[in-house]
Design a protein around this ligand. Structure first.
Ligand SMILES: Nc1ncnc2c1ncn2[C@@H]1O[C@H](COP(=O)(O)OP(=O)(O)OP(=O)(O)O)[C@@H](O)[C@H]1O
Ligand SMILES: [Mg+2]
Length: 266
């Protein structure tokens, strides 16, 4: 069955479109994992991707910063534009793209370096800081924006891997923020965290929304309802419907969406 077109109204009707996906399909070898997904993703908005395991949420997320390029045998068809620019164009350097479109994974993955170096690394390789004082400033501002500064200010030069899971996840978010991204992709960023650390990350996501376009994959309906303004429901590699989170959770148009959000499958 062909998915209906996505509902094109936004939680903030004035939020400009940041990412436009058109007929995006992804293949792993001969197996098609994603079928003709078209979606507009608004800026300064949290968009949640939900759906049962294996439905293609991570695959779709990875099309936005070309992380599928790093998977042998993966092929992407269709078009993804960020601010009108085709991310798969030959002229786009995937390394620079991934700085603009940062990614946070399920399991926090700090580099085996100090807290300071985790955050300073990106700005240094991208030449964003002119000297040590400026770099220090970027590190401090990024840690503050990630809500971690107060907990680590006195141990910037100890190992990032020595932090708690929730702190490591905020460190990774600080690392993503440090290179001045426009979009932050999060793939189940809280699923390895306890409820208190999860609440902190959710609070942080809500603050970050002021500055960034955020796309989050989550298995928690409650989390999607708490943090997102827009929700997209995927099933078997297709986008089934998308709309304002409130509408998706209270009045979905599709039976499959209703069955999923009410826990009848998935
Ligand atoms: N590297 C890969 N090689 C081959 N097949 C893959 C690869 N990654 C994903 N797939 C397949 O593509 C489909 C979509 O997978 P994907 O990881 O995007 O789903 P998901 O919705 O993120 O699932 P989950 O909720 O379990 O994380 C699945 O059938 C999966 O087995
Ligand atoms: Mg996944």
């Amino acid at each position: 069955m062909i998915a209906p077109p996505p509902v094109l109204h936004s939680a903030d009707p004035n939020a400009p479109i940041k990412i436009a996906a058109r007929d995006v399909s992804v293949f792993y070898g001969a197996k098609q994992a994603l079928f003709d997904v078209s979606m507009d993703i608004a800026d300064k908005t949290v968009t949640a991707l939900i759906g049962p395991s294996g439905c293609g949420k991570s695959t779709f997320l990875r099309t936005m910063n070309r992380m599928n390029d790093t998977i042998a045998g993966a092929r992407v068809a269709g078009r993804i534009e960020i601010d009108g620019q085709d991310v798969n164009a030959r002229s786009v350097d995937p390394v620079l793209l991934r700085a603009r479109v940062g990614m946070v994974f399920q399991k926090p993955n700090p580099f085996p370096k100090t807290i300071y170096e985790n955050v300073a690394y990106g700005p240094r390789i991208h030449g964003l800081a002119d000297g040590k004082a400026e770099l220090d400033g970027i590190v401090e501002a990024s840690l503050k924006r990630a809500g971690l500064w107060d907990e680590v200010a006195d141990r910037l030069h100890s190992a990032g891997t020595g932090l708690s899971g929730g702190q490591q996840q905020r460190l990774v978010i600080a690392r993503a923020i440090a290179v001045e991204p426009e979009v932050i992709l999060m793939d189940e960023p809280c699923s390895a965290l306890d409820p208190i650390a999860t609440a902190k990350i959710e609070e942080l996501i809500d603050e970050l929304r002021e500055r960034y376009c955020i796309v989050i994959v989550t298995h928690s309906m409650a989390q999607a309802a708490r943090v997102s303004q827009r929700t997209a429901f995927f099933h078997l590699g297709r986008l089934i419907e998308m709309g304002d989170t409130e509408d998706i959770f209270t009045n979905p148009r599709e039976r499959r969406t209703l069955d999923y959000i009410t826990g009848r499958f998935g």
